[in-house]
Design a protein around this ligand. Structure first.
Ligand SMILES: Nc1ncnc2c1ncn2[C@@H]1O[C@H](COP(=O)(O)OP(=O)(O)OP(=O)(O)O)[C@@H](O)[C@H]1O
Length: 228
């Protein structure tokens, strides 16, 4: 189907295969993430949420099954191609921001664009527009240590979207914030996702945040099931 932005089909993953401690984490994960759709991923701790997000984000490979992004089958491609596709098509947000401490907020968002061949002027314009969108433009020249946790996470969202990915993957993007800040920062993320027309798979333990997305899937027993 043409409106499927990311298709995961029959993904399996076992750690320590044939060794003591073997763990079969994914046992056949299927997901069609449609263009412009935001899907919440909920999972008990240890169910394999990070494993799934890393495979979807081309940071790891499945044992079997395939990952397709915008109709292109990524499975089996070499490291270099997968890295290029990841840079171009996928934005990643983690629970902790992972911003570069020695660079300002603005620089953290311009650097990935410069690495992708964007001109400095265009990169800065894009960065400022994103920062403005999430309400931290006034903090553009601050380094991460001089920003609040919520501001750091907003900057991390901007960085993830800097290169205009088609798919956003997020692993507990507001998980380290207090509930009120988490709510506001999550609103900023959803506004970005909607306005940029992104397809998003966002892991959260918070069912109220999950309810703001288009649908919710639970990862349990190695497979995805809808949550009503
Ligand atoms: N490299 C590895 N080698 C062996 N076992 C691993 C490895 N990575 C993860 N596991 C195991 O696989 C299971 C799933 O791990 P994963 O990190 O994907 O879970 P998770 O759902 O993200 O957990 P959490 O919500 O607690 O972060 C866990 O039992 C974990 O201990």
């Amino acid at each position: 189907m043409s409106d499927v932005m990311m298709r995961l089909a029959g993904l399996t993953k076992t750690y320590l295969k044939g060794k003591p401690g073997e763990v079969q984490v994914l046992r056949g994960v299927d997901l069609d993430l449609r263009a412009g759709e935001a899907v919440a991923l909920v999972a008990p701790s240890g169910a394999g949420k990070s494993t799934l997000l890393h495979i979807a984000g081309l940071l790891d490979t499945p044992d079997t099954g395939s990952v397709e992004i915008a109709g292109q089958n990524v499975t089996g491609k070499g490291d270099r191609t997968r890295t290029a596709l990841r840079r171009q098509d996928v934005g990643f947000v983690y629970q902790f921001h992972h911003l570069l401490p020695e660079f300002t907020a603005l620089e953290n968002i311009t650097l990935p664009q410069l690495a992708n061949g964007v001109s400095e002027k265009a990169a800065q314009e894009r960065a400022m527009s994103l920062l403005d969108h999430v309400g931290v433009a006034a903090r553009a020249d601050h380094r991460p240590a001089a920003l609040s946790g919520g501001e750091q996470q907003r900057v991390a969202f901007c960085r993830a979207l800097a290169n205009k990915p088609r798919v956003l993957l997020a692993d507990e993007p507001t998980g380290n914030l207090d509930p009120e800040t988490s709510d506001q920062v999550f609103d900023a993320l959803m506004a970005l996702v909607r306005d940029e027309g992104l397809s998003a798979l966002i892991a959260t333990h918070n069912m109220q945040l999950a309810a703001r997305m288009d649908r919710t899937l639970r990862l349990d027993g190695g497979a995805l099931r809808p949550v009503e």
